[in-house]
Design a protein around this ligand. Structure first.
Ligand code: GAP
Length: 490
């Protein structure tokens, strides 16, 4: 990461805290690593992103329905899904600093360094070797690659590395208060993904909502991972939220559905107005234990291009595993006629295409894309910097700020009346303290797209000033038209 990028990232983190978007968790006790709380504007923005995703997936696709499964699940779920045995990352420790690193992150950081030094070919070769070795789980080869590249620990500065080992990322806890001699009897896991809550409910949903393949089940909710390398603000958290959709398809059609969802999900991102060049696909070489084909949608964060969403072709792996472990059939009867045989497709376990996006990561994407330090030239030629969050209107925490110019002369009463008229329809903010310029800047900093100022002229001709956040243009609009104008703009 360049100094400029690092500074921008730090500025976004500081801004998020100062303006009530994101706070470190339990900060009065010095925080808890990789756990964060969302403040008044953050929780609103997060909810708006979640609602926007939910609406795009369920309301706008009549073959996708939603569920809300519990976080706790029967522990066999995680045995069946492969998470007990396979949900681990290769790690390496530095003996001098005692610091633990994820092997791929250590190598990627070195590759970034090579890229910054203009050593593009070496960067490419390193990443290729890493992908090949990871795909083969060749830990000896990976350690050799670290040593050959003379990669050192950022804290101790030494290359005194341990061997590479796997660490499981699931959090365990105990369920109920039943005394048992076997400590494993009461173990439950905090779910590391929301997807399994969908799989175990596949038939419940298919039958009760009378769904026909192809159809999808969507869910949003918390997931937990004991990430070893947990830094970079809300990019990698130990408690986070996912928005996942499992799309059940007829076997043999999975490739076309995979391509369909890859494009659909990229379109969803682009529809928010983010330029195309800020996104790219990264097709996986090393596939997760369940995947047949997979890619990430990457966004160019201030910390570089990183995954924001995954699209995975999961075959019938999950449903087959649940059928095996639960001994309950997970088949679907397809009575459509197969043109080749002239008979119904009959019973099968559907294949699955998954779209999985981190809500917190999407939140960071929105902050990163929105944050702007704009230089303004004033009438006298002097310059000033305005920090403005150019958050897409549909996601902005507040849609309209209503500001009486002064706290007297009947202006607050007029402004309050407008507030009462508008607040049932969209989120408004009322403020009468401080000079108007200062109040505009505060709204810019939290991303409010529109401000209305009620002034003395309002009393004379019934008009108010409507100010637009991004362009800062102002126009006079009849007070009576504000609600409908904002509704139209939303
Ligand atoms: N069900 C598939 C699954 O969980 P994943 O690639 O491990 O796939 C999906 O995670 C998405 O969840 C990622 O693209 C990312 O946006 C988000 N995510 C994963 N781990 C995260 C973490 N530790 N902190 C924040 N978001 C995370």
């Amino acid at each position: 990461m360049s100094i400029q990028q690092e500074n921008r990232f730090q500025a976004i983190i500081a801004h998020a805290k100062e303006y009530g978007f994101v706070f470190p968790s339990s900060e009065i006790y010095d925080g808890l690593s990789a756990v964060y709380d969302y403040g008044p504007y953050g929780s609103e923005l997060k909810k708006n992103i979640r609602d926007h995703w939910w609406k795009s997936m369920t309301q706008l696709n009549d073959n996708i329905v939603g569920i809300d499964a519990a976080i706790f699940m029967h522990p066999t779920t995680w045995k069946a899904s492969g998470h007990v045995d396979n949900f681990s990352d290769p790690m390496i420790d530095n003996r001098d600093s005692k610091k633990r690193y994820r092997v791929d992150h250590l190598l990627e950081a070195h590759a970034d360094k090579l890229a910054h030094e203009g050593r593009k070919e070496e960067e490419f070769a390193l990443l290729k070797s890493m992908d090949d070795l990871l795909a083969k789980d060749d830990f000896t080869g990976l350690k050799q690659l670290i040593e050959d590249n003379k990669i050192t620990c950022a804290i101790s500065g030494t290359s005194n590395w341990t061997d590479i080992r796997q660490f499981n990322l699931m959090f365990k806890t105990e369920f109920g208060a039943i005394a048992s001699d076997n400590p494993n009897d009461n173990v439950v896991y905090l779910r590391p993904e929301t997807a399994q809550g969908i799989f175990v409910n596949f038939l419940n949903v298919q039958k009760t909502a009378r769904m026909k393949v192809p159809f999808g089940i969507a869910q949003t909710g918390k997931a937990f991972r004991n990430e070893i390398v947990a830094r970079q603000f809300i990019f990698r958290m130990r408690e986070f939220e996912q928005m996942e959709m499992q799309f059940f398809v007829r076997p043999g059609t999975e490739r076309e559905w995979y391509k369909h969802w890859k494009q659909q999900r990229l379109n969803w991102h682009l529809d928010l107005g983010t330029p195309t060049e800020k996104y790219r696909f990264h097709d996986h070489v090393k596939l997760a234990h369940y995947a047949k084909e997979a890619c990430d949608i990457e966004y160019e964060f201030p910390i570089g291009f990183k995954e924001v969403e995954g699209i995975h072709s999961r075959s019938d792996f999950d449903l087959s595993q649940h059928q095996l472990y639960s001994k309950k059939k997970q088949q679907y009867f397809d009575n459509d006629i197969d043109e080749k045989t002239g008979k119904p497709y009959g019973n099968y376990i559907p294949y699955v295409i998954e779209t999985s996006i981190g809500l917190d990561r999407m939140f960071l994407l929105v902050l990163s894309q929105a944050y702007d330090e704009e230089t303004i030239t004033k009438d006298d030629g002097a310059t000033d910097t305005r920090v403005v969050m150019r958050i897409p209107v549909k996601l902005a925490p507040n849609k309209l700020a209503i500001l009486p110019l002064v706290k007297k002369d009947g202006l607050p009463e007029l402004a309050r009346k407008l507030m009462d008229e508008c607040k049932p329809h969209f989120r408004c903010f009322y403020e009468e303290k401080d000079a108007i310029g200062k109040r505009y800047r505060r709204q810019d900093a939290i991303g409010t797209p529109f401000c209305v100022t009620v002034d003395h002229q309002t009393k004379e001709d019934g008009t108010v000033t409507l100010r637009e956040r991004d362009s800062m243009t102002q126009k006079r609009v009849p007070l009576s038209e504000i609600k409908n104008q904002i509704l139209n703009l939303l």
